[in-house]
Design a protein. Sequence first.
Length: 237
Amino acid sequence: MSTARRSACLLSLLLAVAPVSSHAQVNLAWNACLGAPTAADYVAYACDGSRDGAPFRLSMSFVLSEDVESTATLALVDIQSPYGQLPDYWQLYPGGCRESIFSASSGIDATYCGSPWPPGGFGFSSAAKAAPWGVQMQVGLANAAHLLHPGTYSAGQLQFDPILDVDNGFGSCEGCAQEICFRLRSVSLVRCCEPDYVLSGPATRDYVHWQGPTPGLCAGATPTRNRTWGAVKAIYR
């Protein structure tokens, strides 16, 4: 099976189930999992082409308060402009100015956010869709594991290449210098024979800034009101 087909199948599996429980234990940071020395709550980038080809990394993690049997994780990250319409630079969805200029990886750090999966590898997928507030990113990781508490685990890492911040012969997209808010809306632990175990709300911090940071600006962005799983699935159809 091709990588693209495997990713599509994983995304379909993750969106086919309905979460019913919620626990406030997710974290978001640039560079590395929250708690690591290099973890940061903002990126300040000159938008001058100096980082083209060297992606910025957004690390998602979750903290468990009880043991959970899981076959996959699904992390949802909202990208929103606190000033109104999301600029072209962050339109990462199909048809957007920087369509698909992102990728996903495991983001595992043995010290600060371990692998939720046993040795042997796992499948992962990523996607971006337009949403009423801007863009919603999805990262899915799949395998089977018995997750133990207390423990902090990786929910994946999004990698954003800053290309098209300046025109190097391929055009550019406006808005790289604008302050943008990222929020980890939720991490769902998919379970084989039970409703999904859904984690949302900050263990320490569930948001970060791109540019800035303006104190308090992103803390109030993208309200974490509950959304039905049907509404989330509709975004990814």
